[in-house]
Design a protein around this ligand. Structure first.
Ligand code: AMP
Length: 296
């Protein structure tokens, strides 16, 4: 594995690889790796000849009140994990490399970013869309791997690639959970033992909604109410949002029609830590398929 800090180095490495007929896979991350990141690296390893993993804690996707400075970092450990997963290139630019000047050009993906996490983090997805577009421009034609843990982010990335005709195949990968069901996140490192136990409220809330759909419930407000009630029942949790939306365009729905794919998404603060989680539910007549991801 080689580590490169400069845009020009990564660009010429990827250009050379493609000229030699090799397929390039890209895994954009903010580092502090866990099994969720590893699962993306593995998927990229299987489907490509060259695997590039970027680590960049992108300042433009944090608001001034958020946790940019506190965001966990451990480059030495990440380096060892990336090697273990057979990664070829670790791209670790600093902020001056990615933003040598304040950018006047940003990428804004309209309606998809207005609700869910976009409602409480109004500039977040502009920061994500802009940095991901830059990473795609630097890497060039590739497959790019994103987790369904950040479902709205995946939808935003798919849409910007389609709208801007970028030469990138976006691959969505399963949400990876801890053995007790809590979605893996670098931010779980912020939680005290008590908070970590309370964090199970999010997946419990999704389970409750999923069980209700399996039992025949099709009213979105009722399902949302179950999610809210479960989170409200956890004293250490404060709900940011819970929504039941169309899994394709993230628009609100009233009723789970037959043949719809639905996303149940929520965000909650456990103490000071904001966590997100989601499940998708396919309704095909009486058949209901719930995707809560995989437990590691
Ligand atoms: P991050 O480093 O948190 O920005 O995440 C980098 C990539 O890993 C994104 O595509 C995330 O969706 C993905 N990811 C983070 N956590 C998980 C998880 N628990 N399961 C699957 N993918 C994840």
């Amino acid at each position: 594995m080689i580590t490169v800090n400069h845009i020009a180095q990564l660009r010429s490495f990827c250009d050379d690889a493609r000229r030699a007929g090799r397929r390039v896979g890209l895994v954009p991350t903010m580092g502090y790796f866990h099994e969720g990141h590893r699962s993306l690296m593995r998927a990229a390893r299987v489907e490509n000849d060259v695997v590039v993993v970027s680590i960049f804690v992108n300042p433009t996707q944090f608001s001034p009140s958020e946790d940019l400075d506190a965001y966990p970092r451990d480059l030495e450990r990440d380096d060892a994990i990336a090697r273990d997963e057979g990664v070829d290139v670790l791209f670790t630019p600093d902020t001056a490399e990615m933003y040598p000047r304040p950018p006047l050009t940003t990428v804004h993906v309209g309606d998809l970013t207005a609700e869910l996490c976009g409602a409480s983090r109004p500039y977040h997805f502009d920061g994500v869309a802009t940095v991901v577009t830059k990473l795609f421009a630097i890497t060039g034609p590739c497959r790019a791997y994103f987790g369904r843990k950040d479902y709205q982010q995946l939808a935003v990335v798919r849409r910007l690639v389609a709208d801007l005709d970028l030469p990138v195949d976006v691959v969505g990968c399963p949400l990876v959970r801890e053995p007790d069901g809590v979605a893996m996140s670098s931010r779980n490192a912020y939680l005290s033992a008590e908070e970590r136990a309370a964090a199970t409220a999010l997946v419990r809330a999704l389970d409750r909604a999923a069980e209700a759909v399996r039992a025949g419930e099709r009213d979105a407000a009722t399902l949302r109410g179950l999610v809210v009630a479960e989170v409200d029942g956890e004293p250490l949790a404060t709900l940011d949002y819970a929504e039941v939306v169309d899994a394709g365009d993230l628009s609100r729905i009233d009723h789970l029609e037959d043949s719809t794919d639905v996303l149940v998404a929520l965000a909650a603060r456990i103490g000071k830590t904001r966590l997100i989680d989601n499940a998708t539910i396919e309704v095909r007549g009486a058949q209901v398929r719930v995707d809560l991801g995989v437990r590691s």
